[in-house]
Design a protein around this ligand. Sequence first.
Ligand SMILES: [Zn+2]
Length: 101
Amino acid sequence: MILFYTARQRFDAYLLADRLKQAGIRTHVFNEHAASIVGDVPPDVAQPQVWLEREQDRERATIVLERMNADARNAEVVTCAACREESPAHFDLCWNCGAAF
Ligand SMILES: [Zn+2]
């Protein structure tokens, strides 16, 4: 088992673990209940961690992680003409002011 990724949020850890699983890579998520103990332990210990069962999967896992980050960057947004806030492109209404796109 090797530590592969330390997430800032539990959601991140599960998103990555799910993608790795789809790629056939066996993972374990630790510290999934970190939020409740932050403050009692150092933050880097309390954050959710994704571990790989087999070290030889690290290279492929890195590709999966890079792809996931690229997807997040490429997620399309629309800018509201009324209030200039950005919303995900699949929204029909501005999350901020409710204007239709
Ligand atoms: Zn708006």
